[in-house]
Design a protein around this ligand. Structure first.
Ligand code: NDP
Length: 331
């Protein structure tokens, strides 16, 4: 009997995530019913939001159930179809989770054109992370030409796109990232104007040097000390797109002291969840797709090999070990 592997949530983390919170299982490939299709996943996307789903706390989405396949976006190929809308050989994006295969009735599946965009990019710059960058920047930061946009986790899947889109809109783009190698990449490869290495010490001074005219649009991905330093640099009527607070996801405390700048600088701060704005995805993805196909939007990937490597890669991502979009290659 043919089988495939999947990773389920074995237990909820107590503090930091550990490999024992996950369990690898081997299950039979089901026989298809009329209307169903079978997908062989080629790549799994590992994303910070999964850490929040592992906890049973009030959030925008229900917690991941113990024993269920870990949630996650995937791209792959239809290998068998009893659904008239899809044929074997179609490349598709779906939410099959941490799993080598998935069965679907077609709902929520998107057929992908891989002629000028690689399959994996549909999980990154031309997928949910890219769309997150596009949404937060264009709808919340709303930067005008000549303004300064700062983005944290700047070398990552979301941050790298934010800065490049800001540059294309005539802004000064400043990143914040961990380590010299990531910062060099952000400036030299992605074309940001500056990047502050928060691990080098002197965060406040270095951020002030990189933002001589203050900050007009803050795209916040991290929280804590980095968010605090940025709040103190905000210009009057600045806009904060509160996209993520990864520094606090894995059980570490994340104090923020500079909230008074929200008042004194009359800031607008808006949290957002990109999946709640599906109406804008066609517009955003069209722009992102054209930019990637034309070589005007660059991206980088960290690729772990095999589903067995997913827990370790996920834990590493929460510690900044990834360099660019974290993926798992499944085939
Ligand atoms: P990344 O590819 O940026 O990977 C995560 C990065 O976060 C790490 O590489 C690391 O970069 C940084 N990081 C991790 N822990 C810390 C820490 N304690 N302090 C500072 N930096 C840390 O991930 P994504 O681009 O996928 O996601 C970025 C953010 O966007 C996350 O907060 C995520 O939750 C959020 N997000 C929100 C969405 C929404 O709809 N609101 C949708 C998608 C993502 P470094 O080495 O530079 O520190």
């Amino acid at each position: 009997m043919a089988t495939y592997k999947r990773v389920v949530l074995a237990s909820r983390p107590q503090g930091h995530v550990v490999p024992q919170n996950f369990r690898l299982e081997e299950v039979p490939v089901p026989a298809l019913k009329e209307g169903e299709l079978l997908v062989r996943n080629h790549y799994l996307s590992l994303d910070p939001y999964m850490r929040m789903r592992m906890e049973d706390v009030k959030s925008y989405a229900a917690p991941q159930a113990i024993g269920d396949t870990m949630v996650g976006g995937t791209v792959g190929e239809v290998v068998e179809s009893k659904n008239p809308k899809f044929a074997a050989g179609d490349k598709v994006r779906g939410m099959f989770g941490w799993s080598e295969m998935g069965v679907s009735q077609g709902g929520g599946l998107v057929r992908l054109d891989t002629t000028d965009v690689p399959l994996s990019a549909y999980l990154g710059a031309v997928g949910m992370p890219g769309m997150t960058a596009w949404y937060g920047l264009t709808q919340i930061n709303q930067p005008k030409e000549g303004e300064t946009v700062v983005v944290s986790a700047a070398s990552g899947a979301v941050g790298s796109v934010v800065g490049q889109l800001a540059k294309l809109r005539g802004c000064r783009a400043v990143g914040i990232a961990g380590g010299k190698e990531k910062c060099d990449y952000v400036v030299n490869e992605l074309g940001f104007d500056a990047c502050v290495d928060y691990k080098a010490g002197n965060l406040k001074e270095n951020l002030a040097q990189a933002t001589p005219d203050g900050i007009d649009g803050l795209f916040e991905n991290v929280g804590g000390e980095i968010f605090d330093a940025c709040l103190a640099r905000m210009n009057p009527f600045g806009r904060v797109a509160l996209c993520g607070m990864i520094a606090g996801y894995d059980g570490d405390p994340m104090p923020v002291y500079n909230m008074r700048y929200l008042l004194t600088m009359r800031l607008t701060l808006r949290g957002f969840i990109v999946s709640e704005h599906m109406d804008l995805w066609p517009q955003g993805l069209k722009e992102l797709r054209e930019l990637v196909a034309g070589g005007k939007l660059k991206f980088r990937e960290s690729v772990a090999q095999g589903l067995e490597a997913a827990p370790e890669a996920f834990i590493g991502m929460l510690k900044g070990k990834n360099f660019g979009k974290q993926l798992v290659k499944l085939i």
